[in-house]
Write a protein that binds this ligand. Structure first.
Ligand SMILES: Cc1ncc(COP(=O)(O)O)c(C=O)c1O
Length: 411
């Protein structure tokens, strides 16, 4: 890494390292980007998809909300994912246009009746989730009492092992389940049970506890169940959150599924979002100001760092130049004008970091990249495709994935 002076006489730094964009050939390392640069790693998304396809004993649906980028959808398809969990009509259209052969499941338990009708009639969607009699009535009206529906009843389960709760908003309570399951059974061609144990679930037992709830519901209602969908929640790796390998999660789920009172032909599904997309993107930001241990960078709460600002999520960071200095804890301010645009971290970076330095922030492929806005005119930088390893990986032990250790190396 070196500094030089440009025409304005300003000290300017370039990014360090050997990095070419595999799509446009740009020499990313020798640029001095003024806007944040998003780096994409489709090879890593393919590897993650392959891992689920090969190791999960059932069908993996990618939860599109985690990152709806068409390039990512195509990478997952190349890795073997053929089914997609969509939450809105816009996601239905997006996947149908990007991957015409994809199987779509509309898994938001509360949908507009018009969205259900268009999904069914125009896009061939046959799988819907619900957690109330009202929603069941909507689905039946919107599809003209279709005889070919797979209806998945969402059951309420705990988020106690998850870093992000999904426990209170959706899900049928135990006392209401038998009635709703019997009504859905009568209306459906295939009946499913689904749940979500919360995002970034740190203990596989979350799934066995939820499958126990599913067992109780099946026993109490006496219905035949054709599909058990264990939802998302599979973790990725972030500083301070280092889960056990995904194989351990799959083992618990496979055992819990086998123990359910369901037929041999019943199907097992899962809907990972984060686990398939987190490693896909990282972001290069520039330091515009330093005030002690606070760094003012050019992306933030309204950009890809929503989770870092609003729920205190930590992401791995790396200074993009050589430095022998000791690392210390920093917090970040984003580029907009309000105090909310603050990421407490701590983010561990060399103590000699200065204005003009570039930082790579890793593991932003899930939710972060999807939630970027153009608020205040920020956040509209370039995107490049790179072939290096992500800053952390759940798939590093798997054949064909990079040689990175499972744990991340930096802050
Ligand atoms: C119904 C449903 N399925 C799957 C997911 C994906 O969850 P995760 O990213 O934790 O895997 C979500 C996330 O909100 C969801 O609501």
């Amino acid at each position: 890494m070196y500094s030089h002076h440009n025409a304005l006489g300003l000290a300017r730094r370039t990014l360090a390292g050997q990095r070419l964009c595999t799509a446009c050939g740009a020499d990313i390392a020798n640029t001095s980007p003024v806007q944040p640069v998003m780096l994409l790693r489709p090879h890593v998304a393919r590897a993650a998809a392959r891992y689920f396809v090969e190791h999960f004993h059932g069908t993996t649906l990618y939860a599109v909300k985690a990152n709806p980028s068409p390039d990512l959808l195509r990478a997952l398809w190349l890795g073997g994912i053929r089914a997609f969990d969509v939450a809105s009509l816009a996601e239905v259209r997006l996947v149908a246009e990007t991957l015409p052969g994809a199987r779509l499941a509309f898994m938001h338990p509360v949908k507009a009746e018009e969205a259900i009708a268009e999904a069914y009639q125009a896009y061939g969607v046959r799988i819907f989730s619900l957690d109330s009699h009202d929603e069941l009535a909507k689905i039946m009206r919107a599809t003209g009492n279709a005889p070919d529906l797979t209806l998945c009843v969402r059951i309420a389960v705990s988020s106690e092992h998850a870093k992000l709760s999904l426990a209170t908003k959706f899900g049928t309570l135990p006392e209401e389940l038998p009635g709703l399951l019997m009504a859905a059974r009568q209306a459906a061609d295939a009946l499913g049970l689904c749940f979500h144990v919360g995002s970034q679930t740190m203990a596989p037992q979350a799934y066995s506890h939820a499958l126990e709830r599913a067992r109780a519901a099946i026993v109490a209602s006496g219905v035949t169940v054709d599909v058990v969908d264990v939802g998302g929640g599979f973790p990725s790796i972030y500083p301070g959150m280092e889960p056990e390998a995904l194989g351990g999660y799959f083992e618990v789920i496979h055992k819990g599924f086998e123990d359910l009172p369901i037929s041999y032909s019943a199907e097992l599904w899962c809907e990972p979002g984060r686990a398939l997309s987190a490693e896909y993107s990282s972001l290069i930001v520039r330091v515009e100001k330093r005030r002690g241990d606070e760094l003012y960078i050019n992306d933030g709460a309204y950009g890809a760092l929503f989770d870092a600002a609003h729920i205190g999520w930590r992401f791995p960071v790396k200074l993009l130049r050589a430095s022998g200095a000791r690392v210390q804890a920093f917090s970040f301010y984003g580029p907009t004008c309000d105090d909310l645009d603050h990421m407490a971290g701590p983010f561990m970076l060399p103590e000699d970091i200065a204005v003009g330095d570039y930082i790579e922030i890793g593991m932003l492929g899930a939710y972060g990249a999807a939630m970027r806005t153009g608020f205040n005119g920020f956040g509209m930088g370039e995107t490049h495709i790179v072939s290096d390893a992500p800053m952390a990986s759940m798939y590093a032990d798997d054949e064909g994935v990079s040689a990175l250790p499972r744990q991340h190396k930096t802050g």
